[in-house]
Design a protein around this ligand. Structure first.
Ligand SMILES: NC(=O)c1ccc[n+]([C@@H]2O[C@H](COP(=O)([O-])OP(=O)(O)OC[C@H]3O[C@@H](n4cnc5c(N)ncnc54)[C@H](O)[C@@H]3O)[C@@H](O)[C@H]2O)c1
Length: 321
């Protein structure tokens, strides 16, 4: 079975896939440049990271049967086109939840303690010890509102609870009472969450239903001391509205790992927004992620080859047969 590793993978990933997918069954091809990708026509399985899979790629690879996405987000794949050709698309939710949830907490702390402003000032030899006291906060005693509460949201909940926060969540699928109780989380509707949370953190996919979910009208509901963290996807927040809110001090700040236009270009208005902490979509990017991610994906591919059930299929509803 021909498996194409498409995209840029952390070092060691290729070797780990080769170790876990036996050579007598799987021929692994490395497709790490656009040119190689444009010439790829015979993949049966694609393991995808960073690059995109559109209709054209699907049509070009006539033998393609299975796309395994690295990570949870699958908005870079035309899952409908894949489904209509009976190509399974699976993601790997949960494997990078620890890394993304840690990054979300890093953004909360960075925004709350004005880390970037303090760091930049001190690098210039300025002592800003008392400059930001009135806009510095701790997590202890705050209400954290999670929008989307799957693997990553639950990871954030656990961490901020350890800091002494209370957690409430909004999700398209409410947990049962027992689970809510065991995780010590309260379900609230979206508007209620926005009105009552000190820290709002997004952990849901970008879909047509969630695009611009956080817009001017929703920001208006937030407390003036609220902060918003987006480690999910750019596009879920209407960035123009967020920038305006930050400029007008309508909210305290924002921490963004994901922005609308990635990769960032010089002159992007988000770069001029005040009180914002930015990282270049690194939530699921760390050297130690391999050991969590690769075995889960390799197992799925082995099961697929054995015609056994594969996990985390995200496009079943589009299958024609
Ligand atoms: N920053 C990064 O590098 C990075 C890395 C991994 C994942 N992500 C993003 O984080 C998101 C969450 O990842 P996860 O592993 O927790 O996924 P998950 O599937 O475990 O959880 C997503 C949650 O969102 C909920 N949801 C879906 N649509 C919704 C809607 N319209 N309204 C409310 N809730 C909705 C789902 O019910 C689910 O509980 C991913 O979709 C991905 O976009 C970012």
């Amino acid at each position: 079975m021909k498996v194409a590793l498409v995209g840029i993978f952390p070092s060691g990933a290729k070797e780990m896939f080769m170790e876990l997918l036996p050579a007598e069954k799987f021929q692994i091809e490395i497709v790490d440049t656009q040119e190689k990708y444009d010439n790829l026509t015979d993949a049966e399985v694609i393991i995808l990271r960073i690059f995109k899979i559109n209709k054209e790629v699907i049509e070009r690879n006539k033998n393609l049967k299975f796309i395994q996405k690295w990570g949870a987000g699958f908005d870079t794949i035309d899952i409908e086109a894949a489904g209509k050709r009976n190509i399974y698309v699976a993601n790997a939710p949960g494997a990078n939840a620890y890394a993304v949830s840690e990054l979300a907490v890093m953004h909360i702390l960075a925004v709350y303690r004005n880390l970037i402003l303090q760091h930049e000032a001190m690098k210039k030899g300025e002592w800003t010890k008392n400059s930001y006291t009135d806009r510095s906060y701790g997590i202890l005693g705050k209400t954290v509102g999670l929008i989307g509460c799957g693997s990553i949201g639950k990871g954030v909940a656990k961490k901020v609870q350890a800091f002494g926060a209370t957690v409430q969540y909004y999700d398209a699928f409410r947990m049962n009472e027992l689970e809510e109780k065991s995780l010590d989380m309260k379900y609230v509707e979206l508007d209620e969450l926005l009105k009552t949370s000190d820290i709002i953190s997004l952990h849901l996919p970008l879909t047509e239903a969630t695009r611009n979910l956080i817009n001017k009208e929703k920001i208006e509901l937030m407390k003036p001391t609220a902060i918003i963290i987006n480690t999910a996807r750019g596009g879920i927040i209407n960035e123009e509205d967020l920038i305006e809110a930050l400029k007008n001090n309508r909210i305290l700040g924002a921490g963004l790992d994901c922005i609308s236009n990635e990769p960032v270009q010089p002159g992007d208005p988000i770069l001029e927004a005040p009180n914002v902490t930015l990282t270049p979509h690194i939530g699921g990017t760390s050297a130690d992620l391999l050991v969590h991610m690769v075995p889960l994906m390799a197992e799925n591919i082995i099961n697929f080859e054995k015609q056994q059930e594969i996990k985390y299929v995200v496009n079943k509803e589009y299958f024609t047969a």
